[in-house]
Design a protein around this ligand. Structure first.
Ligand code: SAH
Length: 218
């Protein structure tokens, strides 16, 4: 067990429970998602200097101009992806610090997560390994084209915003699969794409604010 930051309060169950209560107030209903968010020690995914704010409902910097998404948006996207049902194989584009991948690992059988920035990829991989999350595989790659060699996925989550909906990505959804992704530049919306035997259905859920999807590895 990693005890970094213990003794300063935020590892306590109480702090984590407060976050869960707030997520309920914000409208998160899926008990499996709430349990997963309770399980994962979010403070281990941010710099020590920011650990005391890890459970606040804010996004925080994780270096390289990137951020860890705020708890509400992590919970909301996974709730949308699950739609109340267990998940098989899931793809996340934009690992960042690996927090969302760790939460996904609690509710999905297999998680593949792709990060374009090498130092972030390395740190996330180490953190997920330390937490013994063996059903997560982290890749250093440009995720803008998805991970065609491992498709189809039951769920796809994008943690960075593309200017427009990509048809290459949705082709990697299994029939019955769902994709949650932010779309837009200044103004962004959270989109849900559902695939059934007849094709694709798109809907917009709520306004969001994500870092942009960038091309190429770094
Ligand atoms: N999932 C994270 C949030 C990460 S922020 C969490 O748990 O909070 C978004 C991440 O997407 C950044 O780390 C950024 O480097 C990454 N990213 C942006 N464009 C990408 C691309 N084309 N392929 C893979 N990762 C990308």
């Amino acid at each position: 067990m990693n005890t970094r930051h213990s003794g300063i309060g935020m590892t306590s169950q109480r702090t984590r429970l407060r976050m869960i209560e707030r997520l309920r107030e914000q409208g998160i209903r899926d008990e499996a998602v709430l349990a997963a968010m309770f399980e994962v020690p979010r403070h281990l995914f941010v710099d020590e200097a920011l650990a005391s704010r890890a459970y606040d409902d804010v996004s925080l910097p994780i270096n390289f101009n990137q951020t860890i998404s705020r708890p509400y948006i992590v919970a909301r996207m996974i709730e949308v992806l699950r739609a109340g049902k267990p998940l098989g194989r899931v793809l996340e584009i934009g690992t960042g610090c690996g927090y969302q991948a760790a939460v996904l690992a609690q509710v999905a059988k297999e998680v593949y997560t792709v990060e374009r920035v090498q130092p972030l990829y390395e740190r996330a991989r180490r953190q997920l390994r330390d937490l013994k999350l063996r059903n997560v595989s982290v890749r250093h790659a440009d995720g803008s084209i998805g991970l065609p060699e491992l498709a189809p996925f039951d769920g796809i989550i994008m943690a960075c915003a593309a200017p427009a909906l990509s048809s290459a990505l949705r082709e990697q959804l299994a029939v019955g699969g769902r994709m949650a992704l932010p779309v837009g530049t200044q103004e962004q919306q959270l989109y849900l794409v559902e695939r059934d035997a007849g094709g694709f259905r798109e809907s917009t859920l709520e306004p969001v604010k994500f870092v942009p999807l960038l091309m190429g590895k770094q």
